[in-house]
Every structure is written in structure tokens, then in C-alpha cells.
Design a protein around this ligand. Structure first.
Ligand SMILES: [Zn+2]
Length: 483
């Protein structure tokens, strides 16, 4: 596939260190709170990327960390520990908070059809790895001890700002107001590899190390976990665009200094989800979660559909109106697929292969997921059997993961059950999609018609039409459906 690379700022063919195999790493959540749907946009797009690579035939090893220690409020190693903040807020221990929000994260992923990575590693489970890397960096002269902590020495690098659209001013932006400067740092871009001198007296999680009892910095966990499970040659590193600096910049600095050769050649960054008032963020108070979408009556997969309609490298604007439109389009798509009938004949494999090639070429152009959605409609309009259409839609859905066939089958079953349970009154039969309240209104309309009260019959028809219900008169009754 062709993929844009944030490191080179170019779109280029995706290549791997070992042919046919992808070592893929994803920065996971910091489990101190629920994920908001902006965070989840990144995980949805990374999930599609992984599934696309598998569809192309790659063997993918995907690794993800769970940050349960060391991530401070500012990505530049200052401010409060996010986990401690979460524990204090909820009067629980740090480990209880970590377990609760890790489970919540994977429940959200499940509802959004996001596959669990092959390896999921909590940061607290790899302390020996970090100690090994920090020791190696000290031995090689890339790190120093100051004020009890161990720092990475950014002045030893030829180039620190590897994603060159980031510059020094960004660091100042990353530092929040009221946060004190760390006077132990020799250079502005140095960062903490290991904390022993914690300003948090109630720091819950501490481990022994050659430099004293303490805990790892945030950045070291991704290098440690990736080197352990992906090996020294990482093919694809993913994350939200706000991770590029300083987090990914620091990951590259420490990993390459430690292993002594280039580490990861391909960086995939998903852009922000914005609301009309700006970037969605947990620090702004109320934020949107998958549970909130469900409480408001949205199918989480409508949100996935909404994300797939736009390109991962463009900021996406969320509004309830936009989500309504996506949900409407998604439901109509399911209804059209539900109308397809398998006729018992085999699928046309030549047609299926032709669509497979089109999908690979079009979606493979820098993960153009909106093209993938467009192709679904092309298949529905194609001049081929319903069986073939269902087979092709199933192939595409292996990557898009919108549960198209499952939802269509459920809808067919619902309609069949409704037909079986058709409502009859006075010889007038109403068949619909399984909603007793609507059946009752349609029966009332039939009775009005029989009594020649056409004004009332029309009034009921209009009232139902406003709810998106279409009534068709048939001999001996009526059939209704949602349109
Ligand atoms: Zn990371």
C-alpha cells in the first residue's frame, strides 16, 4: 500500500524489514479516565490499518502498551501524575483505577469493533526492560544522573527534532501554566528516563533500580515494550498526532541511541477530532464517551462509520448533526444490504476478485477509508447476483468492520418475525418491522379508511411519515417500513 510517513512527510510504498511480516506498535491509553471519542478515533483508524495490512496478506504482530505509571499531566515530564490524580478523584488505589479504566477501554473498543492487539502490555509489567535500557544509555553516554533522576541527554544527538514540523516553541506550548521548570535538565529537550526524586510523596508505585527506588518516565515504556515484543526493527509506529512531539520524538531518541541503528522507518499519525469549540480534550471538563453516545440512542458503529467517512490525516469536526447524518446513512446502508437475498448459487469469484483488487488499490492509497465506503455503494449497484454482492461486502467488511452482514441478517430476521406476527383486526392485516406501537397506528388508519374517515386516515399516514415510516396498501391490509 501507499502510506504517508510523518518522518519523511511523503507518501511512499509501505515496506517492511522482513518481507510479508509487519511489526506494528500502537501507543495505548493512559488508564486514569474513560477514553473520549477523539482518542478512540485514533484506535479506529489504526484498527482499519492493521486489518487492511492483513487483507493485503501480511502477517501482523501488533503490540500496545497500557500506561499505568509515569505519565505526568504535561507530556514534558512536569505536572501531576495522571494516575495519582485519577486515584485521588475516585478515592481508590492507583491499581484499582488502572484495572477499572483498562477494562472500560477494551469494552469501548469491543463496541466499536476494534480488535485487541496481539500483545497488550501494562507499563508496570516491564520494569526490568526499562532498567536495562536506561543502564545501556548511561553506559553509552546518552544519559546522566542529576538531582536523583536519570535524564536523556538530547545534546548527544545529531538531530533531535525528527518530525521537523515541530520546533522549540511547541515545547513551550506543551508546558502548562503554573508548572515549574526542572532545573536538573542540562538541555531544554532532555527528558526523564527514571524518576527517583519524586515530588509526589504519595507516589504509589515504586521499584528498586541501580539509581534508587523510583519509577520510569513515560516515554521509556513504549521503547521498552516495543523492543521486547517487536524486536529491534519496528515497521510501523502509530499514535495520535499530538504524540509526535515530544513523546514519539523521545522514543526515537532513546531507542536508536540504545540499539545503535535506525529503529522505525514508518510513522502513522491520526489527526484530531474537533468540536466547534476546538480540540476534544479531557482537561476541558465534559467529554464524549462511547457510553454517552449509547445513552443518547446512537449505535457505536455509527460513530465508526462517521470516522471512516473522512481521511485520518484531516481534522474531523464532531457535532450531533454530523453524527445524525452518519447514523442515518449507516442505517440505510444496512437496510439496502438486508434487502439482498442469497439465491443458493455460488458467488462469482471473478467479480469478487475484481472488487478485491479495486479495494486494495483505492483504500491502499494512504488508507482512503471514505473510498472504501463509496465502494460499498458501488457493489450494491453492480450488475451481479445478490450472493456475489454479499460475498464482496463481507470481504470489505473484514477491513471496515461495520458488522454489515450481521446487522443485515438481524434486520432480515426481525422483518421475518414481524411478518409471522402480522397484526390483524377485522380482516385488515398489518405487516411491519416488529414494532407494536406502529402496528397499532397503521391498524387505526385501516379502521379509519373502512369507516370512510379519509381525513383521519391521511392524518395518521402523515404522522407516521414524519417518523420515517412508509405505508404501502396491499390487498387485505398494509405493509409498513422505515425509510
Ligand atoms: Zn508511546
Amino acid at each position: 500500500m501507499q502510506l504517508y510517513n510523518s518522518l519523511t512527510h511523503k507518501k511512499a510504498p509501505f515496506v517492511t524489514h522482513t518481507p510479508g511480516r509487519v511489526e506494528m506498535y500502537t501507543c495505548g491509553p493512559t488508564v486514569y479516565h474513560f477514553a473520549h471519542i477523539g482518542n478512540l478515533r485514533s484506535y479506529i483508524m489504526e484498527d482499519v490499518l492493521e486489518k487492511f495490512l492483513r487483507y493485503e496478506g501480511y502477517d501482523v504482530n501488533r503490540v500496545m502498551n497500557i500506561t499505568d505509571v509515569g505519565h505526568l499531566a504535561s507530556d514534558a515530564d512536569t505536572g501531576e501524575d495522571k494516575m495519582l490524580k485519577g486515584a485521588r478523584r475516585e478515592h481508590k488505589t492507583v491499581m484499582e483505577i488502572a484495572q477499572f479504566y483498562t477494562d472500560a477501554f477494551f469494552e469501548d473498543c469491543c463496541r466499536l469493533n476494534i480488535k485487541t492487539p496481539d500483545v497488550v502490555q501494562p507499563a508496570t509489567g516491564c520494569i526490568d526492560e526499562y532498567i536495562k535500557i536506561v543502564s545501556g544509555l548511561l553506559d553509552k553516554g546518552y544519559a546522566y544522573q542529576a538531582g536523583g533522576n536519570v535524564y536523556f541527554d538530547s545534546s548527544k544527538l545529531q538531530k533531535y527534532y525528527v518530525f521537523n514540523d515541530h520546533n522549540e516553541e511547541d515545547l513551550a506550548v506543551g508546558v502548562r501554566e503554573g508548572v515549574e521548570e526542572d532545573s536538573n535538565k542540562r538541555n531544554k529537550n532532555d527528558f526523564v528516563l527514571w524518576f527517583t526524586k519524586s515530588k509526589f510523596e504519595d507516589q504509589a508505585l515504586k521499584w528498586d533500580s541501580p539509581w534508587g527506588v523510583g519509577y520510569p518516565g513515560w516515554h521509556i515504556e513504549c521503547s521498552g515494550i516495543s523492543l521486547k515484543y517487536n524486536g529491534e526493527y519496528l515497521d510501523l509506529h502509530c499514535g495520535g498526532v499530538d504524540n509526535a512531539f515530544p513523546h514519539h520524538t523521545n522514543e526515537i531518541a532513546q531507542s536508536e541511541s540504545y540499539i545503535g541503528h535506525p529503529w522505525c522507518q514508518q510513522w502513522f499519525h491520526v489527526h484530531h477530532l474537533n468540536t466547534n469549540s476546538g480540540k476534544m480534550s479531557k482537561s476541558k471538563g465534559e467529554f464524549l464517551t462511547v457510553s454517552l453516545l449509547e445513552e443518547k440512542g446512537y449505535d457505536p458503529l455509527s460513530y465508526r462509520f462517521f470516522c471512516l467517512q473522512s481521511h485520518y490525516r484531516k481534522a474531523l469536526v464532531f457535532s450531533w448533526e454530523n453524527l445524525d447524518n452518519a447514523q442515518g446513512a449507516y442505517q440505510k446502508l444496512i437496510a439496502r444490504i438486508a434487502a439482498l437475498q442469497e439465491d443458493g448459487s455460488p458467488a462469482d469469484e471473478a467479480v469478487r476478485q475484481k472488487y478485491r483488487e479495486t479495494f486494495l488499490a483505492q483504500v491502499g492509497n494512504d488508507l482512503n477509508t471514505s473510498m472504501g465506503i463509496t465502494l460499498l455503494y458501488d457493489v450494491l449497484k453492480a450488475k451481479t447476483s445478490d450472493t456475489t454482492k454479499l460475498a464482496v461486502l463481507g470481504d470489505f467488511d473484514g477491513v471496515l468492520s461495520l458488522s454489515l452482514l450481521e446487522k443485515a441478517a438481524a434486520q432480515r430476521a426481525k422483518v421475518a418475525a414481524a411478518k409471522a406476527a402480522a397484526q390483524t383486526s377485522g380482516g385488515y392485516t398489518v405487516t411491519g418491522e416488529g414494532d407494536a406501537a406502529i402496528d397499532a397506528r397503521v391498524l387505526a388508519r385501516g379502521e379509519a379508511k373502512k369507516a370512510k374517515n379519509f381525513a383521519e386516515a391521511d392524518r395518521i399516514r402523515d404522522e407516521l411519515k414524519a417518523q420515517g415510516i412508509e405505508i404501502t396498501d396491499v390487498p387485505g391490509g398494509a405493509v409498513w417500513k422505515r425509510v
